[in-house]
Design a protein around this ligand. Structure first.
Ligand code: FES
Length: 107
């Protein structure tokens, strides 16, 4: 299990133990985290699983592939340097303790 903290748009924090190999979107949806829509179910085709990776973790998350970068052009909320699609980030031991912030709107 990998402990992930999600900070919802209203500032609420949810700490979730995520099985390794799950995407950080999948874990958020399964646990009722507010601020995630994930309309495409994780196929990198909707950009409604946008999150901001806490800066302390940004370097440790594997780099985004080209299709993710292209989809990030379509996010509804402000795109920032730490913007990622949470369906494209897999829980691994290297990400133990990661913090994600959810934007105010996804679509
Ligand atoms: S769930 Fe659609 S792009 Fe991540």
């Amino acid at each position: 299990m990998v402990t992930v903290t999600y900070i919802e748009p209203n500032g609420n924090e949810q700490q979730i133990d995520v099985p390794e190999g799950w995407s950080l979107m999948q874990a958020a949806m399964s646990n009722g985290v507010d601020g995630m829509e994930a309309e495409c179910g994780g196929s990198c085709a909707c950009a409604t699983c946008h999150c901001y990776v806490d800066e302390a973790w940004a370097e440790r998350v594997p780099a985004a592939a080209e299709n993710e970068l292209a989809m990030l052009d379509n996010v509804a909320a402000e795109r920032r340097p730490t913007s990622r699609l949470s369906c494209q980030i897999k829980a691994t031991a290297a990400l133990e303790g990661i913090v994600l912030r959810l934007p105010v709107n996804q679509s």
